[in-house]
Design a protein around this ligand. Sequence first.
Ligand code: UTP
Length: 407
Amino acid sequence: MNYEEARNKMSAIGQTHVFRYYDELPDDSKAALIQQVSETDFSVLSKLGKGANEERGVFSPLAAMQLTEIKARENELRDAGIRTIKAGKTAALLLAGGMGTRLGSDDPKGMYDIGITKPVYIFERIITNLLDVVNETDTWIRLFIMTSEKNHDKTVAFLKDHKYFGYREDRISFFKQDMAPACDFDGKLYMEAKDRISTSPNGNAGWYSSMVRAGLDRILTDEGIEWIDIFAVDNVLQRICDPCFVGATVLADVSVGAKVVRKAAPDEKVGVMCLEDGRPSIVEYYELSEEMMNAKDANGDPAYNYGVILNYLFRVSELASVADDKMPLHIVKKKIPYIDENGNTVKPAEPNGYKFEQLVLDMIHQLSSCLPYEVVREKEFAPIKNPTGIDSVESARELLKLNGVEL
Ligand code: UTP
């Protein structure tokens, strides 16, 4: 693409201001900006103001495998999981492409030190948890780590400096997720530098298409990986590829297993697993009717009672059928750094515009079957979104201590 073509592309969507500094830029910066314009998909901007919410279908309950059943079948489930892991059929994929804006650190979230008397990094907690399974099964599970262009170099350097917290380097594969443009509340693109339009990672559902683009799906094929456990960077208590969960999902012969926690109260503000038009889905708390909130299952328990915690075991052979363009686009208010009229960088204290994301939970709805698998909230769910308060460094520290983790 040359300058004329790039200008025409931006003119067609009313965004020529991105060339405001073009004339004063050195040649390599000019080329970089044209390349970004050429490579970026700006069609997301046309979704603004159209309402992100698609029409929803008909909801019905989806039974979860509950703790009592898991306990009663523990040996059977664990054996099946260990067999699957030992056969090299299971991989783990850490979603670490997010910007962690709520936590407010400039570094990747995984580099955050949550220790009190000694350094305990979020990445360290995650890898230590996975190492438990490596040791139990005597198998080096393939670990994929998704970053974004914003945090890739720091993430890779940090893990290397810390010797991957004991993980085998040759069992880790990094890849970067794709980016989407970011704009102000009127839909005008922000610039993050004179030669660069503001972009942000395109949401955690980007993991599969980005992995394919990076050519890493070849590893799945070459190593005969049939199941892949996708998990968030910020839940420092979660068990990854834990054998009972793997065994339960494999034995249930479903497209995906989803770790869930029992709701604390019928009106708790979490999305819950259900069926929507016969396919697995997540109903948001504000979509739950009075009738659904009071509905009971065969045991007399609430029928819509299990919230997702962003830990899913996907059957690899079904991933190719998940189409990005069928997933809803979430338009999210976020804090977007930008350069002002004088070319100075501004880091806003409050959300100042929109980012565009697709979410991994929307992948679930494109699959034919799902097993919600109950875990104990206090043992497996300590998300770190904020420095203090709910889902914070403070609350996670308390939960880690309760589980005997030294900080
Ligand atoms: P969150 O939405 O909680 O994380 O994503 P975030 O975007 O980093 O945080 P805020 O909202 O800016 O504070 C949950 C998980 O999905 C990953 C995150 O890294 C985290 O593990 N994620 C999110 C990605 O990998 N890519 C994305 O584009 C978005």
